[in-house]
Design a protein around this ligand. Structure first.
Ligand code: XUL
Ligand code: CO
Length: 432
């Protein structure tokens, strides 16, 4: 034991507990729609925010004082020890990481890769004594200055090569650890100004890069899902993986729509001018719903503040879409969330996650109750019921001239019907 979490107890479900260190709504064994809650939610801790982020903001540097900060391998191992202690205290089934979160950067590519392999071995050893598994791994292709003009979409082919080589090593590490997905978030795959940017060339590079990722997945027999995480901007002014619809177009263009799914983040959806449920529903309708990053933004600040979820009705909307789509398969609920920089204590780290897990549990249970009740789906179906009649179904395979004849000769004169939005909102609110 590292002693970092002092005497914090392992958290369990105790709805009437006096202590802060308990779950009040998240009982991993509770059966909801025929499945354990833990298996529905599939919570994951994000290594970068919880263990690598130092608490800086644009006006000030590190606020956290963690014994594992530093660039030595021993520190990286201490960080892993503390991380696995936290996974155990929270009982989370999964974690996620970037290469740069877990290993020291070496002097060159070969040394960096050796460091990653050493830490991967260390993780593998720790996972033998832990219930926590890997939801996804990913490569950090945005922090180091070499990526300032992009990774796959960089104008410099050597950066493209470096990025491809790095993704290979990260896919190897993810595969070795039994990861259930591999994520690509293209934070710098975009541009700052069109004055220096060749859009068509960069799209071709991105398409070729992703095709290689998919080929390599099959080559090594990785059974997990490749996921793209859309985000419209920040750090780039304009990012190519803007939102679900944009990524769908990109995947279709390169024939990858059956190979790649999406990791959809709440805060990114809002930055793109959508609601989270819009992005989830659209992804589900396109067969692309993979996994979620469940972290919100501050609604006044307009950037990606990566806060733990605290709004039950909001997360309920999201889980309604997830459940309606049949629930997660390889995906899960990753808390891509960081503490506020004043939340210095080890307790804060535990309670940030615990609160978020309770919020998600409440949201999912509310969504499940409404879905099981069927009232909302019945009313939605009723709104479209006219399409069940054979003469109306036939409209979709008809032609304009025949339709015109039908409307004219049949004396059609459609009467508007209420969309009943408030009534449905009232129904929704009975469940949350
Ligand atoms: C950035 C973001 C990333 C990805 C993984 O906004 O969400 O942390 O989740 O690279
Ligand atoms: Co994310």
């Amino acid at each position: 034991m590292t002693g970092f979490f002092r005497d914090i107890p392992k958290l369990t479900y105790q709805p009437d507990a006096d202590s802060d260190f308990a779950f009040r709504h998240y009982d991993p064994d509770e059966i909801v729609m025929g499945k354990r809650l833990e298996d529905h939610l599939r919570f994951a801790v994000a290594y970068w925010h919880s263990f690598a982020w130092e608490g800086g903001d644009p006006f000030g540097g590190r606020t956290f004082d963690r014994p594992w900060f530093g660039s030595e391998m021993e520190k990286a191992k201490l960080k892993a020890d503390v991380a696995f202690e936290m996974f155990d205290l929270l009982g989370v089934p999964f974690f996620c990481f970037h290469d740069a979160d877990v290993r020291p950067e070496g002097a060159d590519f070969a040394e960096t890769t050796r460091n990653l392999e050493e830490i991967t071995d260390y993780f593998a050893q720790k996972m033998e004594g832990s219930k926590t598994r890997l939801l996804w791994g990913t490569a950090n292709l945005f922090t180091h200055r070499r990526f300032m003009s992009g990774a796959a979409t960089n104008p410099d082919p050597e950066v493209f090569a470096w990025s491809a080589a790095t993704v290979k090593t990260c896919m190897d590490a993810t595969h070795r650890l039994g990861g259930e997905n591999y994520v690509l978030w293209g934070g710098r795959e975009g541009y700052e100004t069109l004055l220096n940017t060749d859009l068509s060339r960069e799209a071709e590079q991105a398409g070729a890069f992703l095709s290689m990722v998919v080929d390599y997945k099959h080559k090594i027999g990785f059974k997990g899902t490749i996921l793209i995480e859309p985000k419209p901007q920040e750090p780039s002014k304009h990012q190519y993986d803007y939102d679900v619809a944009t990524v769908y177009g990109f995947l279709k263009r390169f024939g990858l729509e059956n190979e790649v799914k999406l990791n959809i983040e709440q805060g990114h959806a809002i930055l793109a001018g959508h609601s989270f449920e819009h992005e989830l529903a659209l992804a589900a309708s396109l067969g692309l719903l993979g996994s979620i990053d469940m972290n919100r933004n501050d609604y006044q600040s307009g950037w990606d503040t990566d806060q733990f979820p605290d709004n039950v009705p909001e997360v309920a909307r999201a889980y309604y879409e997830v459940l309606k789509a049949g629930g997660f398969t390889t995906g899960g609920t990753n808390f891509d969330a960081k503490l506020r920089r004043q939340s210095l204590d080890p307790e804060d780290l535990i309670l940030g996650h615990a609160g978020a897990m309770d919020v998600c549990a409440r949201g999912l249970k509310a969504a499940a109750a409404l879905l099981e009740d069927g009232a909302l789906e019945a009313r939605r179906a009723e709104r479209y019921a006219g399409w069940n009649r054979p003469e109306n179904k036939a409209l979709l395979t008809s032609d304009l001239a025949s339709i015109e004849a039908r409307v004219r000769d049949g004396g059609l004169n459609p009467e508007p019907r209420s969309g009943r939005q408030e009534r449905l909102e009232n129904l929704w609110n009975r469940y949350v």
